[in-house]
Design a protein around this ligand. Structure first.
Ligand SMILES: C[S@@+](CC[C@H](N)C(=O)[O-])C[C@H]1O[C@@H](n2cnc3c(N)ncnc32)[C@H](O)[C@@H]1O
Length: 243
């Protein structure tokens, strides 16, 4: 639409507010409307990170994820409920854009890396101008905090989702030079077994809430429990020695 506002997909980094880029901070301070996703009853990780950067008079649009625990994640019902939720969020953003206001959508880490922002991009990119500001990814923050050289020379890095089944994880890990396993949370037990099968447990490092005051970094074999929060990942650095 002519004269419509612009959608800004702002990567706000993984937790430490100082890991937000200067560009994201500048755009955020000037944003008239700030939108963000959050689980029910929670402040929202991206909103918390951005707290010190919002203009005092910014209008906020909160999108609260629906309770979908009654549906299995791969079911049609779950997919339909999430699609309806994202349709509604996109239309609320579109209304503000039609009103000639820019909307800054806060994205934890990088917007285009496993981010809900992509669902807004899918729905709105054909109709509105969109500017995306990259963010520091969780994995980069976590390997920096852990001080782990991840890849050397012609190593290839595999990024895997902890939600995969154990056989697939084990198979992909066996052929990986170095790996990151995202979305560990309640899948930690399965992730451990897959790493064991791939012979990589000794190299694996577990990080939860990386770059925040609640950060925990521990070699995976020394992690005493499988009780792990949503904001957790496992790093497997290269086995290649320094030259
Ligand atoms: C939906 S993905 C979002 C990824 C994000 N867009 C990025 O660029 O890293 C959420 C997953 O990212 C990882 N994650 C995000 N923030 C993290 C943090 N501070 N510490 C550890 N893992 C984190 C966890 O694996 C979590 O399950």
């Amino acid at each position: 639409m002519d004269g419509a506002g612009k959608l800004l997909g702002l990567g706000v980094g993984p937790g430490d507010p100082e890991l937000l880029t200067i560009k994201a901070a500048r755009l955020l301070r000037g944003a008239q409307v700030v939108a963000w996703f959050a689980k029910s009853g929670k402040t929202g990780h991206a909103r918390r990170i951005a707290d010190g950067y919002l203009a005092p008079d910014a209008e906020e649009l909160r999108f609260t994820y629906p309770y979908t625990t009654e549906f299995p994640k791969r079911s049609d019902e779950y997919r339909d409920a999430m699609a309806a939720f994202y349709d509604d969020a996109a239309e609320r953003i579109a209304a503000a854009l039609d009103d000639r206001r820019d909307v800054a959508l806060l994205c934890e880490g990088d917007p285009l890396f496993y981010g809900s922002f992509m669902y807004m991009h899918d729905r709105l990119a054909a109709r509105y101008a969109i500017e995306i500001v990259p963010g520091v990814t969780a994995m980069a923050a976590c390997w920096s905090r852990a001080g782990l050289p991840m890849t050397r020379g012609d190593d290839c890095l595999s990024v895997l989702a902890g939600t995969l089944d154990e056989d697939t994880l084990a198979r992909r890990l066996k052929s990986a030079d170095a790996a990151v396993i995202m979305k560990v949370g309640r899948h930690l037990g399965k992730v451990r077994r897959a790493l064991d099968r791939a012979g990589l447990s000794d190299r694996a490092v577990y990080v939860e809430n990386g770059s925040t005051p609640d950060e925990r970094i521990v070699r995976l074999p020394d992690m005493p429990t499988d009780d792990s929060p949503y904001f957790s990942l496992v790093l497997v650095p290269t086995g290649r020695a320094t030259s």
